[in-house]
Ligand binder design. Sequence first.
Ligand code: AGP
Length: 617
Amino acid sequence: MCGIVGYVGKEPALPRLISGLKKLEYRGYDSAGLAVFDDKELCVIKQAGSVNGLETTTQKLCRPNITAGIAHTRWATHGEPNETNAHPHRGCGNGQACKIQIALVHNGTLDNFETLKSLVLKRGHVLRSETDTELLVHLIAEVYKDDPVLALRTALQQVQGTFGLAVLMAGFSDRIFFARNGAPLALGLSLKGNFIASDPLAFRFYTDRMVNLEDGNLGWISGSDYQVVNMNADKVENEVETIPWSLETAEKGEHDHFMSKEIKEQPQVLTQALRGRLLDDGTVKLGGLDSHQELLRMMQNHVFVGAGTSLNAGMISKIFFQELAELSADWESASELANQKRPIFPVQTAFWAISQSGETKDLLDALKTLKQQDLPCFGIVNKVGSEIARLTGKGVYIHAGMEIAVASTKAFTNQLVTLFLIAMYLRQIRGLPKINWHDRLLADLRKLPLLVTEVLNRENEIIDAAKRYAGYPNFLYLGRGVNYPVALEGALKLKEIAYVNAIGYSAGEMKHGPIALIDGGFPTLVIAPKQDDYYSQITTNIQQIRSRRGRIIAVATDGDDEIKNCVDDVIWIPQIDYYLTPILAVVPLQLFAYHIARLRGLNPDKPRNLAKSVTVK
Ligand code: AGP
């Protein structure tokens, strides 16, 4: 959460900082700010609201020829999203407690916030904001003698928590200092100056050469050089890499929103996830798992761990592993697992950490708990080289391409197809006979991108349905088997981008409570594909709702006249194998939520209170 970008060099810094912030805004957008050296004077401009607002203010207040600065877009953790709490933060400036003027931007959170706060107050510092970040400024400025990197090293030893920091210090107008622990930071290198950012997306327009920083790295960049050291002051030589993607992948193009673009990219990215993995002879090849076959053969028990949409993918994968690979499987919410005092699992349990961003703090914490017990963890990650990919060190990338909209869509369907392939792969490497309908199942898998395109081509029908239902304040989403987590996912989409109360439930559980909610003003969306093993049970549930005068929208299989006659609205999907129905059924639910958000006048890409990567507890 939050975005950092800094630039120092020969060129104007402001356009680079503002364009970088705009690229990072999806990570947090409640306030923004920047600090620059204007004629060697350190000045800070910050305000509540979007980067556009900050851009207008800086155009009025700053000279255009400024060549060094740092900037930040915030997702509030400590203190309201107002101007005072926005970054950059500065010290108390009384010349005693703070020994140097500093402006600092921070991603992450400090765990020992309260202890540090009473410490700096006791030592005479004056705090302006309610943030944990401001404490870092006071701690660094207090220990400063004549070496900024030494001051960073000394001060940060007192800090528990996560940080990615970019810092300007008075008297060093041609340098940006940085430090990293648990929050991503990368350097961007170019002939006209150097960058620092929490995501290379911020500087990709200017350069494709970057250095990924590791935890415990700190140092500085100037316009023509940089230095990285570790906490013992030893020089660190991180590899200079070439960014493998172009900026177009992070542009909206002709689409109104990133969410719409990403929903429509699903056929193409599903193809990417299958390419080279599902072979013509029906075998599955997964390079990321091949060298771990021996370990995987021993694993009788599998646990999926994730948060939000990724957890929903894990819940479906439990069924893939149980029913297609004949393995014992379960799922755990990352935030719950991270807090369990003594998690105990059967011997020979493997863990599958599912994450689009590869940065989710809850999942990282859960993984650390598992790794302490030396348990085998595999990553199912979208972002290449991310924290979770690196921490697990083994696994399978889902190849969904960059996902920018806060609501996850294409990552979900690619997680599902990847985990489906893994289930088939585990069956294969364990030498089990092919499942009875193996050829038919794989033929359906191959057809998936085409069938998703068919669903996307029916968008107008979904818009019509969205128009009929946009005014309802509450929804119940129901599904069974593999489609129960799809109900959770559809409800999550509607909640997060349309701010509509939507409850996802297993259809069988409905009669144990939620049915009390049903009346003419509380519609139910039922996922009821004909080939679902639970079809007859679902139709019974539909009758139960109808008898309470509840309105029903069904996601049903083309040609299913039986269902058409007993619901108010139908969203049709093509026929496909039961195990693949989630991938088809979720697409109209994504579109339904997207269009309801639009009809309610909301920006689906930037839902309130949320950010794309949840890097805090
Ligand atoms: C999805 O629409 C949400 N924005 C959110 O639930 C997300 O899936 C969750 O935070 C996990 O993120 P990750 O996949 O990047 O780990």
